[in-house]
Design a protein around this ligand. Structure first.
Ligand SMILES: *[C@@H]1O[C@H](CO)[C@@H](O)[C@H](O)[C@H]1NC(C)=O
Ligand SMILES: *[C@@H]1O[C@H](CO)[C@@H](O)[C@H](O)[C@H]1NC(C)=O
Ligand SMILES: *[C@@H]1O[C@H](CO)[C@@H](O)[C@H](O)[C@H]1NC(C)=O
Ligand SMILES: *[C@@H]1O[C@H](CO)[C@@H](O)[C@H](O)[C@H]1NC(C)=O
Ligand SMILES: *[C@@H]1O[C@H](CO)[C@@H](O)[C@H](O)[C@H]1NC(C)=O
Length: 942
């Protein structure tokens, strides 16, 4: 196909001109319609390759399909009802190039779409954001439509960078005026088409927007939140719905708590790019075998960001440079955490904390779920069953270094005399009802409130704060700060913020007492409640409002209102930043928030857990993929409920889960109401022994993990990552979702099946050590699979040669909170070189990195010399010290020096070739550790 080229060289026009065509548009539209009549028969003659078919989804049968202007053919795989090639779509009317992009006006080829009238005139706007990030928008040229407000907080969009067009990693071409509109985004370096919309299927109507593209490879990752059975997507016509929903995570095409319309694609050259559709309406994403992808949304605009990376990590860094880089959690958040729904009394909480300590299993955090509240109301606690809560919290904070995280649900019970409701009403903080609703929708006593009610955990109706509103944010902040006086938490857990509502459009909430009447929210009929296309239908939401508020609910924002229809999936996001701010204000130190519902950029403020999973081996397996995906989404503080939330766990499952969980960044054992206790001690000696080992191993590695979070906060990299992020050119890694890496150095291979006596492990092409402290042994395998039998006491952990790993000596009461840290360094050279780094701060001051209140140490080894260099941070020292250093592959050492000082406290194990030097010095004072053999030579194994 002939194409107009827009190499993007500078031209005179500097300002974006929006072309409104007015009557010219109408004329051209008529022209287009005439053209369509002429061209359609010709198009029809073509047989569309089935793999290139773009579905017309949502129609019942052939006549329903064809009466909506779609084509029908019964096929074995792929859509039976599909769009005739180019029967919808657009055509370029006018195009203007600019220094930083281009703007075109497009006119619709057809008046209607299967889901309502076409938007007749569309602006196609291309902006070169950076040399590697491109933005493309398609929106109604005449009428302003909803756009995702989250972008107002995107760092990259605040600063307009100058883009050197000659250095751009991408170029873009647009179809000629005589063709059906399409565009391509290509990687300049090798001309790979990252995006190629010639597949067709571009539709823009009021409540149905669709765009499709061929993909350059079948290696697609990300898109969430779902349970994906494989890390690499299956492209055999799989459609994933997205809309925040409170739903048990299960494999299947089921929309869950968060929305992440972001994927990465590993090209066949092993270069990587990412694509974000910035849209927050209910949507779905279809993956097609062509390979191709279709995004469909029922509102907003088409707003796509392309991240043209070099490799997968670079792509994630580009993505987080747009949406914002992950928050640095406090050090204690890297420890082991215990939780359950249904402790039901402080005595039961105490029993768990005390028995865990007695078993000498390190514990950093104790959680309290809603059962610690009075009638499940936020900002209260049960003064009988949890009498003296504050005393116990304060005592354990002081004596054990224990931290406390409490739950907060957004919903506020609507009863007189409840302070949170009354102050909220006074300050006008709740989501409003729509003027179109009639009073019969509401319980009589609440009719006059003019707000949207729902029903969740409290025993009567609830109202939902509108976090888009300044008043509401202030009210939420003040409520949290005040509550801290009574319940001195260290972190907050925000749950139910999809927002969840029980029994919307149904007759009874599941938690309504049998002999009682319980009011439920029933949504009216309106095009927003029941739009022409419902992407969630196959996922169990006959109405979009299933399990949540009515779509017509209104969120005040300054002087206008957002419809819940548009901002529903942003609810959790809107609550997150203010919750972190409030917690830090209350505590005075760095805090931690974990949120159930997330959206792109939530990782700047919070972590996430994978929701209400079950105690099954499948859930154990899927958690690895979920954890890896959230790292790709820029939310690296992630984990699943260890041992499983719903259903009964077993000692074997729980043991394996504790072993894997020790490698989740967020490591929490959590359990549902009415199940038997599943804290390690409750499950018997075997689980205790395995847990103690796993948890101690975790604490030893926390300095390395904390350093990964520092890097992530600084550069936007992942913390936990798939193997293909480190070995992108190794095809064997492209679909490995049952092993993973911590940074560049550690490779974790969890046991995910019952009764396992051995484990098949893949080791990419590098030199690996099975990491067991000074007992580590070198593996012979590289770039291959092998069966590991040593999997009973702990799961295999491998370290890559070339790495220096800082570890901490764990101490029960001190590791969680105390400085300075007592470190041991493990040095694994390759080709006589090795390096590593360490991030050091006070463990919980806010803004440590921004305010330069940290230290960064770089370790490097070469030629029998290990140097410890401070490379960043402030001049003051935090006094962390190194107890010992273990260097592998040392053949001989007769003399060892630290700086110019000869020391005698060292030894070489000639069987394992490990040199152990007892250092006992502050990091800042070490400088250089050197050694030589009796001939003053350096003797190392290769
Ligand atoms: C994009 O870059 C490639 C490689 O430099 C080149 O072959 C291609 O013609 C360019 N396309 C356009 C539209 O500039
Ligand atoms: C109720 O709220 C709506 C906004 O949802 C507003 O337009 C209306 O004036 C309010 N009505 C009353 C009686 O306050
Ligand atoms: C030397 O290393 C071997 C292999 O790891 C180990 O079995 C042995 O106990 C070590 N010897 C000493 C003295 O530590
Ligand atoms: C530091 O850790 C080592 C174990 O690695 C321990 O033997 C030593 O006593 C610790 N030193 C201090 C000062 O805590
Ligand atoms: C955090 O700050 C508080 C207040 O100074 C302190 O008591 C605590 O030990 C610090 N460290 C951690 C890890 O919480």
């Amino acid at each position: 196909m002939a194409r107009v080229r827009f190499p993007g060289q500078k031209d005179g026009t500097s300002k974006v001109k929006r072309i409104i065509l007015g009557s010219v548009g109408v004329v051209s539209l008529i022209f287009v319609i005439i053209m369509l009549v002429v061209f359609v028969p010709k198009q029809k003659a073509k047989v569309l390759d089935t793999k290139d078919r773009i579905a017309c989804p949502g129609f019942r049968d052939k006549s329903d399909c064809t009466s909506h202007g779609c084509e029908y053919a019964n096929v074995k795989s792929g859509p039976s009802c599909y769009m005739k090639k180019n029967s919808f779509g657009y055509k370029v009317e006018d195009i203007i190039k600019q220094a930083d992009g281009m703007v075109a006006t497009l006119s619709s080829l057809s008046k209607t779409t299967p889901y309502g009238p076409s938007i007749p005139l569309v602006t196609f706007e291309v902006t070169y954001l950076t040399e590697e990030i491109l933005r493309i928008k398609l929106y109604d040229a005449k009428n302003k439509r909803y756009e995702v407000p989250v972008q107002d907080t995107f760092p990259l969009l605040q600063e307009k960078k100058k883009v050197d067009v000659k250095k751009m990693a991408y170029n873009i071409s647009v179809s000629e005026k005589s063709d059906v509109f399409s565009f391509q985004v290509r990687r300049t370096e090798d001309n790979t088409a990252i995006w190629d919309s010639r597949i067709g299927g571009l539709v823009l109507s009021d409540k149905f927007l669709q765009i499709s593209s061929y993909l350059p490879s079948k290696n697609v990752y990300g898109l969430g939140e779902h349970v994906h059975p494989s890390i690499r997507h299956d492209l055999e016509y799989k459609t994933w719905p997205m809309f925040a929903r409170d739903r048990t995570p299960e494999a299947g095409f089921i929309n869950l708590y968060g929305v992440h319309p972001f994927y990465t694609c590993l090209e066949n050259s092993s270069k990587s790019h990412g694509v974000l559709l910035l849209n927050s309406n209910a949507m779905d994403v279809a993956l097609l075998p062509a390979p191709a992808i279709t995004f469909r949304s029922i509102g907003g605009i088409i707003d796509i960001f392309f991240f043209v990376g070099r490799d997968p990590e670079h792509t994630v860094k580009l993505y987080t440079s747009l949406v914002g880089k992950p928050v640095l959690p406090p050090f204690w958040a890297l420890g082991f955490q215990l939780s359950r729904y249904g402790y039901n009394s402080l005595d039961n909480v105490k029993a768990v904390v005390e028995r865990t300590r007695k078993a000498e299993i390190p514990q950093s955090v104790q959680f309290l779920d809603i059962d610690h509240m009075e009638n499940n109301r936020d900002f209260t606690y049960d003064k009988e069953k949890f009498a003296n809560l504050k005393n116990y919290m304060t005592k354990t904070q002081k004596e054990y270094g224990l931290k406390w995280i409490i739950i907060l649900d957004p919903a506020i019970e609507a009863v007189k005399g409840y302070e949170a409701f009354e102050s909220g009403m006074k300050q006008n903080v709740f989501i409003k009802r729509s003027p179109i609703w009639n009073d019969e929708m509401f319980p009589p006593q609440l009719v006059n409130y003019n707000i949207t009610f729902g029903r969740v955990w409290p025993s009567s109706e609830v109202a939902f704060p509108n976090f888009f509103d300044q008043n509401a944010r202030k009210w939420w902040n003040d409520s949290i700060v005040n509550h801290h006086q009574e319940v001195p938490f260290d972190g907050l857990w925000i749950d139910m913020n999809e927002p969840a509502n029980f029994a919307t459009n149904e007759d009874r909430p599941f938690n309504c007492p049998e002999d009682e009447y319980c009011w439920t929210l029933k949504c009216p009929t309106s095009p927003y409640e029941d739009p022409p296309y419902n992407p969630l239908k196959d996922s169990g939401s006959d109405r979009i409002s299933h399990m949540t508020l009515c779509m017509e609910s209104l969120h005040q924002h300054g002087d206008h209102y957002y419809r819940h229809y548009d901002v529903h999936s942003l609810y959790g996001w809107s609550q997150t930043q203010i919750t972190l701010q409030a917690a830090e204000k209350a505590i005075g130190y760095r805090s931690l928030v974990i949120s159930r519902s997330t959206y792109p950029s939530s990782g700047r403020y919070a972590g996430h857990w994978l929701g209400d999973n079950k105690s099954t081996w499948d859930d154990l397996r899927y958690s690895v993929i979920g954890m890896l995906e959230f790292n790709i989404f820029g939310i690296p503080y992630i984990g699943a409920d260890v041992c499983g939330f719903a259903k009964a766990t077993t000692p074997e499952l729980c043991k394996r889960w504790m072993q894997l969980g020790a490698f989740y960044p967020f490591f929490r054992n959590h359990n549902v109401l009415d199940q038997k206790d599943q804290d390690p001690v409750a499950l018997g000696a075997d689980v205790v022994a395995a847990s103690k080992r796993a948890v101690e191993r975790r604490y030893a590695l926390n300095p390395y993990l904390y350093t990964l979070f520092y890097r992530s906060h600084l550069e936007g990299s992942t913390v936990v990552r798939p193997l293909f992020h480190e070995f992108p050119s190794d095809e064997n890694t492209w679909n490995i979702g049952d092993q993973f890496m911590w940074g560049k150095c550690l490779l974790i291979s969890p046991v995910l099946t019952p009764g396992a006596n051995s484990l098949k492990i893949y080791l990419p092409d590098a030199e690996w050590w099975h990491f067991k402290g000074t007992e580590s042994h070198r593996e012979e395998v590289k770039g291959n699979y092998f069966d590991e039998n040593d999997i009973h006491e702990e799961i295999p952990l491998h370290v890559k040669s070339g790495c220096i790993i800082p570890t901490e000596y764990y101490q029960l009461n001190k590791s969680n909170v105390e400085m300075p840290k007592n470190l041991t360094l493990y040095v694994f050279p390759i080709n006589d070189e090795s390096s590593g780094e360490l991030y050091v701060d006070s463990l919980n001051s806010t803004g440590a990195i921004e305010n330069n209140i940290f230290e960064n140490y770089h370790f490097s080894y070469k030629n029998c010399s290990l140097s410890v260099k401070k490379t960043g941070g402030e001049s003051r020292s935090f006094d962390w010290f190194v107890h010992q250093v273990h260097v592998f592959k040392v053949k001989a050492a007769k003399a060892v020096k630290i700086g110019s000082q000869s020391i005698s406290n060292f030894s070489v194990n000639t069987t394992s070739n490990v040199l152990t030097v007892t250092v006992k010095q502050k990091l800042a004072n070490i400088g250089q550790i050197t050694w030589e053999d009796e001939n003053k030579k350096c003797q190392m194994l290769p």
